[in-house]
Design a binder for this molecule. Structure first.
Ligand code: FES
Ligand SMILES: [Fe+2]
Length: 429
């Protein structure tokens, strides 16, 4: 459990908050590149870390992420006209460029230079791996561009989606660290979902629901090893990477694409769950991409025209009690992603961690919280400006699944498998 003040420290990410300052140290995903497909296309509202922003692509293709509201009298620039290298407020015609600089105030004489004095808050926005990334920290401390493997492989080898989750980022992320729930919550999908089924190791997951967790600190976060019984006295290890502040890579299965998540706060009660799937050495097949688009694996079906899942809080996640009773799904909710999201949202927008009763399978969660708190404290005390996970070396890592003899520590035996080796597939079972 956490004390109330510790919980508050980790879950509040608005401007000026300690965890908000942590998130503002990184390049974080803001939009899918497909949301701004063309020059001068309609702008998109983006709320991140409790700040209301607006993203647009100008006539020259330059990307801007600026304050959503006009500096004149606060109209939302979402209504703006995206034209001739800038966004024009439709109320009185003030115009802004992609850096938020006001470039025209039609009511004022040009020679007054008035517009030069007006600049909206803005953040850099760059495209990498089909995702638009932003950095919301102090301009002088901008870190190197992100080098996550899923965003570095050729476009045909990677697929990314995002969905709105109606909970604080931390309880969502904790679900990504806690792989012990797979043997329960997702057991129905291991042998049926097209992006999971057929892996030799699935039987180990289903047979042994008492994984032993070994958690080790890595340079950027944690290595979370979950050990289950395999055949002939060997151990099946699933090794999850958690990289600060909220990046998880799930251990692979067979030759399936490898997946992982980012959890990015929208505000303190909602977050974006980003889900990526990629294969380091081959293109995704048409069937795989179709399955992802159809909401299989870790992806979801949407309310049309939105990033809100079709199964959501308002319709009780379309729970099917028959399927639950018959064991087709363990919780009655369809699909791995919504099985996770439904339970995480059911805890309330910000779960009360003073009431928990943690057990040994929660070790990964305990250590992640500890590392986050330690880092936040060091930043508050001025002892560090660069938290783990900013260095691109911390990003060039992989998850792995391996079978090892019982006397081999996973951390040594799987060392090579845990870093990116371009042109080599993941270590998988
Ligand atoms: S409110 Fe935008 S120009 Fe007046
Ligand atoms: Fe899950």
């Amino acid at each position: 459990m956490l004390r109330k003040e510790q919980g508050d420290l980790l879950t509040r990410t608005g401007p000026g908050t300690p965890a908000g300052t942590l998130f503002r140290s990184y390049w974080i995903p803001a939009l899918l590149a497909s949301e701004l497909p063309d020059n001068d296309c309609p702008p998109v509202r983006v709320k991140l870390l409790s700040e209301r922003l607006l993203a647009f692509r100008d006539s020259k293709g330059r990307l801007g992420l600026i304050d959503e509201f006009c500096a004149h009298r606060g109209v939302s620039l979402w209504f703006g006209r995206n034209e001739e290298d800038g966004l024009r407020c439709p109320y009185h015609g003030w115009k802004y460029d992609y850096t938020g600089q006001c470039i025209e105030v039609p009511s004022e004489p040009v020679e007054s230079g008035f517009c030069k004095k007006i600049k909206l808050k803005s953040y850099p926005l760059i495209e990498r791996g089909g995702v638009l990334w932003t950095y919301m920290g102090p301009a002088g401390q901008q870190p190197p561009l992100p080098e996550w493997e899923f965003a570095q492989v050729p476009p045909g080898q990677t697929f990314t989606s995002k969905r709105i989750q109606e909970s604080n980022w931390l309880q969502a992320m904790e679900g990504g660290i806690d792989s012990s729930h797979v043997s329960f919550l997702h057991r129905g999908e291991l042998n049926t979902d097209p992006l999971f089924r057929g892996a030799r190791a699935n039987q180990y997951n289903l047979r042994d629901s008492r994984p032993v967790f070994e958690v080790v600190e890595s340079a950027g976060g944690l290595l979370i090893g979950a050990r289950r019984e395999a055949d002939d006295g060997n151990y099946y290890w699933r090794i999850t990477q958690w990289v600060m502040p909220s990046f998880t890579m799930i251990a692979p299965r067979g030759n399936h694409p490898v997946h992982g998540h980012f959890w990015i706060p929208i505000d303190d009660e909602n977050c974006w769950t980003w889900s990526f799937d990629y294969h380091p050495t081959r293109a995704l097949t048409a069937e795989e991409v179709k399955a992802m688009r159809d909401g299989k694996g870790i992806h979801v079906k949407y309310v049309p025209g939105t990033f809100r899942p079709l199964a959501n809080k308002d319709n009780d996640y379309l729970i099917d009690r028959e399927a639950q009773k018959a064991g087709r799904t363990f919780s009655g909710v369809e699909g791995i992603a919504m099985q996770d999201a439904s339970l995480q949202e059911s805890m309330g927008p910000i779960v009360d961690r003073t009431k928990e009763n943690l057990v040994s399978t929660d070790n990964g969660i305990i250590m992640a919280r500890h590392r986050l708190l330690r880092t936040i404290k060091a930043m508050m005390d001025g002892k560090t400006a660069t938290p783990p996970g900013v260095d691109v070396e911390h990003q060039r890592v992989r998850s792995a699944a391996v079978v090892l003899p019982p006397d081999k520590p996973f951390i040594d035996a799987a060392k090579e498998a845990l870093t990116v080796r371009a042109g080599t597939a993941h270590a998988s079972v």
